[in-house]
Ligand binder design. Sequence first.
Ligand code: DP6
Length: 333
Amino acid sequence: MAKENGKATAVAHSNIALVKYWGKRNEALVLPWQSSLSVTLAPLEVKTTVAFGAPEDNIRLNGKEAKGSERARVIALADVVRKSKPQLGPLCVHSEGNFPASAGLASSAAAFAALALALREAAGLEEEVEATSLLARLGSGSACRSIQGGVCVWHRGEREDGADSFARQHFAAEHWPNLRMVAVILSREEKAVNSRDGMRNTVQTSPYYPAWVKAAEADIGPALEAIGARDIEKLGTLAERNAWRMHATSFAATPPLSYMKPATLAILLALEEERRKGTALWFTLDAGPNPVLLTEEAHLPKALAFAERFSPLEAVVCHPGGDARLLSEGHLF
Ligand code: DP6
């Protein structure tokens, strides 16, 4: 449909995990030790155009030529597709986010989800959710949860080849349209340890890691129940506990790893008092200093006033987004 001489364009939303993925059992295949659950984040999205048959591999991300590991990760994903169809040849990739990559929001999930969908389409492969999620996973684990919208669970799978490790939608975005996620941007500095290195170090050295795996896996069922019942208090309480536990595993690593800054902790510790005042507000925190607050539309003004007290650079309001999709026009080149 979106194909034009081996060219395809796809758009995908970012996502925020409420039950985090933290640690791989197989690095090369990006296979996690535990399942994870996330909500797709609209309006944050990345658009990617891919065309095979270029003179040489050419990768541009947000207007700049990609270099080093960024470029290598895009080419590695393209190679997965090219392996089965060597005649496709070199490719040109342009990718742009509608939010700054350095904003501290998970742009790689959206970027690799859009790339996987566009790559398969440009290569003439069937549009198939499961296969696209599997491909996106090889680019970045969390990206496999951005192929479908709403609430997705990445089931860890059991197979050694990873063929059963992909994400599936459990609730469409329409199930809980007034759910809100507010990303509180406290810092735009590049973090000292990226999530890939941070989780590797945690798996290898944290004595708490096995307990994390067990506890996180056990969070999936109750999180789905809370979402099914649209119970923000149950979901928020569970998401907070899951985030504390993920970060606790890393505090206990050698060398110890904290993604929290003093300003992060100030927000996290003020939430209980805010809830006593009647605001439905909880946090989750990825591998960075910027918390994402979980609330509902009716509590948004109070949530934003709360965030403002900590003088953030920005507060970005998100709602559950839809599926990654192919576009038939508006290619980036
Ligand atoms: C803390 O998906 O960025 O955001 O698979 O190594 O590319 P790689 O890691 P990535 O890690 C995300 C970690 C997290 C939690 C989550 O999104 O589940």
